[in-house]
Each structure stands twice: as structure tokens, then as C-alpha cells.
Design a protein around this ligand. Structure first.
Ligand SMILES: Nc1nc2c(ncn2[C@@H]2O[C@H](COP(=O)(O)OP(=O)(O)OP(=O)(O)O)[C@@H](O)[C@H]2O)c(=O)[nH]1
Ligand SMILES: [Mg+2]
Length: 328
């Protein structure tokens, strides 16, 4: 399927430990105070956190390097330097982290792991202050430890995307037009059947969520017996959370389309009809579609029907919300 794998290369740096401090007590009436230099702060960690509302790496905005903050230097009076802040990288479930050089898998976030966090690169430890180096032999230690440097890694984030919602409809129903209206995808659109020959994926962004939509080739009556392009593309939508059945209101067969589509799907895999679904009535900008829509609603009072026109750009916001609800 086109655009099925999302991947991005990242350079990661955990923070350096802050250096320990060389300092001596200064007190009134005490000529030579003892050492009191505090320890440096720990460097920040590089942490991954899994977020279910993400479906891609698009939220990383093509940013390729992430730095956790360095720990701060220790201070007098045995005061610790501040620890460096962690940097947290949010990733969708199913993300695989690979070493960029060797391609070895470092971590696999498969499955349902909302909120799981994992520290990948630890920040360097802070250096000890000179306070630690006092001894009977050495009363004036002018030495403190430097901080331990942070770590560096170059990795590849990889994701096998599964569409959230698949479009199902007769050829020409307007599936590819809708995909290009709602997502970054740019599928071929044509005023003839079977314009789409291979499935296309697109990412719809709504609020802070990614919803992955799959546009598959048109299905016709008899597809389960091989008519048209057949049904083999349905396997691409077998694991989606929901299905969007598209009915072209300007087509003479609009009132039977949903029934035919359901029959074909059932022949292929009956469980497809148990998925959440929505009916999208398309091309409402064309004449006569208002009446057609009323008939469709009357025939299927139980179905969630959303009417749209990609040309007039109507109904799209309501549709987006419905698609999001199915996906999450
Ligand atoms: N009037 C009108 N025409 C539309 C609308 N949306 C799509 N079309 C037209 O309908 C025709 C088919 O559109 P596609 O998006 O290619 O349809 P499809 O369902 O992907 O078709 P296949 O890939 O062949 O299965 C094209 O000529 C589109 O321009 C709409 O909202 N209004
Ligand atoms: Mg198409």
C-alpha cells in the first residue's frame, strides 16, 4: 500500500552532568573554612513516551535532533547544581526504534501501550564537589570532579501504519476525491470507474489527532467472484477500526448500493460488517441529490449517514469528527 511505512531519522543527546564545585567556607572569624563545594546536577535523560492519539511522526515536524538539558554546576555551601531537564519524544503505538548504523532493533513499542515511558539515554552524572575530597592529609582540596558527559545516539524510528478507517464504495463514488480533500494524499481522480488500482493511504489531522484513511479500488456487484478488480484489496482494510461506505447520490443505483456493498463484503469476510461504520452520501452539489438523500435516510434510519460534497466543501467538518470518533 502506498505510503504505508513512516520513518524518520533522529539524533539524540542526553545532557552532560554538571561539574562539581571547588569552594571553601567563608565564615566570620574563621580564617580558613573547610571545603564546601557541592555536586553538579545530573544531565537530562532522553525519554520516549507512547501516545495513542498519534498515528505518525508528523508531530515531530521534521525536527531531527533532540537535546536533553545539561546538569548545572554545583555551588558553595554544599549545594547541588540543578538536574538537567529530560527531553521526551512522543511516539505512536507500534513504533520501532532501530540503530541507524546497524539497523538493529533497540526497542519495539508494539501493542496497546498508551502512556508507557522508556528512558533510552541516561544523562551524565554530576561531578562530586570538593567537599567530598576533604581528608586529614588534604585539608585544602582544590579539586572537584567534572560531570560525566551525556550520551549520543543516531536512530531510525519506524512505523507500520494500519489505517483507522477504510473507504468502501462503487467505482466513481468519490472515494479518492474525498481522500485528497481530507488528507495530505494526492491520489488520482477520474470520471471513469477503476481510476484507483492500488490502495492509497492518507493522514487526516484533526485537533491533535492523526487519523489514517485508506482509499481502496471500487467494488462492484460480483466482486466477491472476481468481477472488476475483485476483492483482494479488502485485506488492506481488514484491520481498520471502522469502515466508511460511500454512496454516490447522483448515481441511478444509489438506493441499492449500500446493500450490494454489504453483500460483497460479507462474502469476503463477514466480520467486516461488525466493524463500526458510517454511510457517506456523496456529491450533494448535484441536482436531485436532496431527494435521493431523503430516500436513503428513510431506508436506513439506523445508519449514521453524513452527506457531503467535496466540490462544494460541505459536510466535511461533520464527517471529520465522525471519522475521528471511529478511530479513537
Ligand atoms: N459533482 C461532484 N463530483 C464529484 C465529487 N467528488 C468527486 N466527484 C467526481 O466523481 C468522479 C469520481 O471521483 P473519484 O474520486 O475518482 O472516485 P473513486 O470512488 O475514487 O473512483 P474509483 O477509484 O474508480 O473507484 C470524478 O470525476 C470526480 O471529480 C463531488 O463532491 N461532487
Ligand atoms: Mg479512486
Amino acid at each position: 500500500m502506498q505510503g504505508f511505512i513512516d520513518e524518520t531519522r533522529l539524533e539524540l543527546f542526553s545532557g552532560n552532568g554538571g561539574p562539581g564545585c571547588v569552594s571553601f567556607r567563608r565564615e566570620k572569624y574563621v580564617a580558613k573554612g573547610g571545603p564546601d563545594g557541592g555536586d553538579g546536577g545530573r544531565g537530562g535523560n532522553v525519554v520516549f513516551e507512547v501516545k495513542k492519539n498519534l498515528k505518525t511522526f508528523s508531530h515531530l515536524n521534521a525536527k531531527h535532533s533532540f537535546h536533553a538539558k545539561n546538569g548545572q554546576q554545583g555551588m558553595g555551601k554544599k549545594m547541588h547544581g540543578k538536574d538537567g531537564e529530560d527531553v521526551t519524544i512522543l511516539v505512536p503505538p507500534g513504533t520501532i526504534i532501530r540503530d541507524f548504523e546497524s539497523n538493529d532493533i533497540i526497542r519495539d513499542f508494539s501493542g496497546n501501550v498508551e502512556g508507557e515511558t522508556w528512558t533510552f539515554l541516561k544523562g551524565g552524572k554530576g561531578g562530586l564537589g570538593n567537599w567530598h575530597y576533604r581528608s586529614s592529609k588534604k585539608q585544602v582540596p582544590r579539586y572537584a570532579q567534572p560531570g560525566i558527559p551525556g550520551q549520543y545516539a543516531e536512530i531510525l524510528l519506524e512505523l507500520n501504519m494500519i489505517a483507522d478507517v477504510g473507504f468502501v464504495g462503487f467505482p466513481n463514488a468519490g472515494k479518492s476525491s474525498l481522500l485528497s480533500a481530507l488528507t495530505n494524499a494526492d491520489p488520482k481522480v477520474g470520471a471513469y470507474p477503476f481510476t484507483t488500482k492500488i490502495p492509497n493511504l492518507g493522514m487526516m489531522r484533526i485537533a491533535d489527532n492523526d487519523v489514517v484513511l485508506a482509499d481502496i479500488p471500487g467494488i462492484i456487484e460480483g466482486a466477491s467472484h472476481g468481477a472488476g478488480l475483485g476483492l483482494r484489496f479488502l485485506k488492506h482494510i481488514a484491520r481498520t477500526a471502522g469502515l466508511a461506505f460511500m454512496v454516490d447520490l447522483s448515481d441511478s443505483g444509489f438506493l441499492d448500493a449500500f446493500e450490494h456493498l454489504k453483500d460483497e463484503l460479507e462474502d469476503f469476510e463477514a466480520s467486516l460488517l461488525k466493524k463500526q461504520r458510517i454511510l457517506i452520501a456523496t456529491k450533494t452539489d448535484l441536482e436531485g441529490t436532496e431527494e435521493a438523500l431523503a430516500q436513503l435516510r428513510e431506508k436506513y434510519p439506523e445508519e449514521n449517514i453524513v452527506a457531503i460534497s467535496v466540490f462544494a466543501r460541505t459536510g466535511l467538518d461533520e464527517l471529520k469528527q465522525n471519522l475521528l470518533n471511529m478511530a479513537h
